[in-house]
Design a protein around this ligand. Structure first.
Ligand SMILES: Nc1ncnc2c1ncn2[C@@H]1O[C@H](COP(=O)(O)OP(=O)(O)OP(=O)(O)O)[C@@H](O)[C@H]1O
Ligand SMILES: [Mg+2]
Length: 444
């Protein structure tokens, strides 16, 4: 099936146009053959009339005037007539029975006394009935030979035929293509909606209009989307509720920990509680992000990146200012949810600064509909086997499990979650000279 098109619209169009072609050709053939037969029959009857006329005039004329009469006659078919004493030898085969019958019956109908009727009637013709020779014997014994050439009849021969056919076919083709496009369009809409739902559960529902089957499919899709949304909401709500309810016992534990006599034990307990609380805060923030239906607006991505870099620098007063750098256009408009997008970038910049000691952002103008932002650091990087693993929630690499870098292991999954919801993504790659690169893509 090398030439079978891939798209449903093209397949439907091919089938419809194929069917149209078959009916067109069939119908036109029928019409043309019919027309040819009619023309043929008209020519034959004209011819037969001419023969009868000439025979009548000959048989009624005096023998000595007959040759003269032939010379003076005018015929409205291409015909030559001769009068001979002997039976003419004709090189053509006998004509089809229908033609013979027609001539004989026309001759019968002529009002002539029986004594003046031809003694013999012979009709010859070539295979295509374009040349016809009729041989008649007059009652006196003389032979009359009429040679005729009929106009060839082409079934498709008509000056209006080709242009009409072309216009008809063109109009039918355009109408078919238009109708197919219209009918198939909702399938594309459905695919786009499924794609949008994959990125954002809060994507707007499909319009439930159009043909019954499509309206039904759209309604089913909307119901499914609503169920997924409720499922996600329930899960997020559960997570947030647990996080929230854990706060009170942690506060109580903290108060009790203050009473612990052993200094070392107390310090460790409070450390553990701090960590627990940080995890819960991050979880709560995650839940808040997921439920927060922040509207997407047009924003300046370059300005957002520089703001994030500045704020990260401000939060780390001991850091060498040269560790933070931005390279790229001073303005670049994208459609995004500002708070969420800022959180994603903040997480990536924080990682670069915390684990790599520097953050160099390079913003590239749109290429192929996508904007690319690299956030590079010069730290130890990550082993190739962990480049994808670190996107798992709560996953922290052993080396970074120390209190200074804090963190609960939600930064990367949150960033990826947010970017994918925007139709983009983030991946980590190892830089050739050492260090890690977080590569962000976003639809322009
Ligand atoms: N630029 C980097 N260089 C080296 N290791 C990194 C880098 N970025 C992330 N990692 C590793 O990936 C792990 C996961 O990062 P992620 O941002 O998800 O969590 P976190 O930074 O530990 O905590 P959080 O971001 O939630 O505060 C980190 O603990 C760290 O080990
Ligand atoms: Mg982080």
């Amino acid at each position: 099936m090398k030439y079978w098109p891939a798209s449903l619209a093209a397949r439907t169009a091919v089938l419809l146009l194929g069917g149209l072609l078959v009916t067109q050709v069939g119908g036109l053939s029928l019409y043309s053959l019919d027309r040819a037969e009619m023309l043929n029959s008209a020519q034959e009857s004209e011819l037969s009339r001419q023969i009868v006329t000439i025979y009548r005039s000959q048989v009624l004329a005096r023998p000595e005037h007959r040759a003269n009469l032939i010379d003076q006659s005018r015929f409205n078919v291409a015909m030559t007539v001769r009068l001979t004493g002997d039976q003419p030898a004709v090189a053509l085969p006998m004509a089809p029975a229908a033609l013979q019958r027609r001539l004989r019956s026309d001759m019968q109908m002529t009002p002539l006394p029986p004594s003046l009727r031809p003694r013999t009637i012979l009709v010859h013709s070539d295979a295509r009935q374009e040349r016809i020779v009729v041989v008649l014997q007059l009652p006196e014994g003389q032979w009359l030979q009429a040679d005729m050439t009929l106009l060839p009849i082409w079934p498709w021969h008509s000056s209006a035929f080709l242009p009409t056919f072309a216009v008809m076919s063109l109009v039918a083709t355009l109408l078919t293509l238009w109708a197919v496009q219209r009918l198939i369009r909702p399938v594309g809409t459905l695919a786009a909606a499924a794609e949008a739902l994959g990125r954002d559960v809060n994507a707007p529902p499909l319009p439930e209009s159009g043909p019954a089957e499509l309206a039904l499919a759209a309604a089913a899709f909307n119901t499914m989307a609503a169920r997924i949304r409720r499922f996600v909401d329930d899960r997020t709500f559960l997570l947030t509720a647990i996080g929230h309810d854990l706060r009170t016992p942690i506060t109580r534990l903290r108060l009790r920990a203050e009473d612990v006599e052993d200094d070392e034990q107390r310090r460790r307990m409070i450390g553990d509680l701090d960590e627990l609380e940080a995890t819960i805060s991050a979880t709560l923030a995650f839940g808040r992000d997921a439920t927060l239906a922040e509207p997407a607006t047009k924003l300046d991505f370059a300005a957002l990146v520089t703001t994030v870099l500045h704020e990260a620098g401000d939060a780390r007063p001991l850091l060498d200012p040269a560790a933070i750098a931005f390279d790229g256009p001073s303005q670049l408009a994208v459609i995004a949810r500002p708070v969420a997008m800022k959180r994603a970038l903040t997480n990536l910049v924080a990682n670069a600064l915390n684990y790599g000691g520097s953050a160099h952002a390079t913003l590239q103008p749109p290429a192929g509909g996508m904007v690319t932002l690299h956030i590079d650091d010069a730290g130890p990087g990550i082993g190739p086997e962990d480049l994808e693993r670190v996107f798992l929630p709560f996953l922290r690499l052993e080396a970074s499990r120390n209190r200074e870098t804090g963190g609960v292991g939600l930064g990367l999954p949150i960033a990826r979650n947010i970017l994918r919801a925007h139709g983009g993504d983030v991946v980590l790659v190892r830089r050739p000279g050492g260090g890690l690169r977080a590569s962000v893509t976003l639809p322009a």
